[in-house]
Design a protein around this ligand. Structure first.
Ligand code: SME
Length: 155
């Protein structure tokens, strides 16, 4: 199990240099990719003019734009809650960017009371993400929400 608390504090330390969402989220994706085993994609989709636009990530080439309410990411934004999908093949409307993905966790991020995007992590293993991962990743998202400057987004 990764030390999610350590990752959250590393994100906060890096953000002391610059809070802009590009460097903060890029380094967050890199930290998570290094720390988490059995994942094949980790990154961000960010609100842009009413839909989700791919942001900083580690992994294979990804879908560029996702409508709110579509796929696991768009559904998580619409419902404003974490979605932990044990088998993506059983999720209606799942968007397969990397055909190796079997399970997925998506955590919405908010700033100033508004949805700003999601943290999305995919795994080639069914039911990869546990309740403990969800709690740890929620700490990471809380750190990101606290320190990241999302003001350049085109909400
Ligand atoms: N599977 C996601 C799309 C993004 S990729 O996993 C990187 C979804 O259904 O929203």
């Amino acid at each position: 199990m990764p030390d999610y608390k350590l990752i959250a504090s590393q994100i906060e330390a890096l953000a002391e240099i610059d809070q802009d969402f590009v460097p903060v989220l890029s380094n967050a994706a890199a930290l998570l990719d290094e720390a988490m085993e059995r994942i094949n994609w980790v990154g961000f989709y960010l609100l842009d003019k009413g839909s989700l636009l791919v942001g900083p990530f580690q992994g294979k080439v990804a879908c560029v734009r996702i409508e709110i309410g579509k796929g696991v990411c768009g559904t998580a934004v619409e419902q404003g809650k974490v979605l932990r999908v044990e088998d993506v093949h059983a999720f209606p409307g799942h968007i397969a960017c990397d055909s190796a993905s079997r399970s997925e966790i998506v955590l919405p991020m908010r700033s100033g009371g508004k949805a700003v995007g999601v943290l999305d992590i995919d795994s080639p293993e069914k039911a990869r993400f546990t309740q403990e991962d969800e709690l740890g990743l929620a700490q990471v998202v809380a750190a990101l929400e606290k320190v990241t400057d999302f003001s350049r987004l085109r909400l």
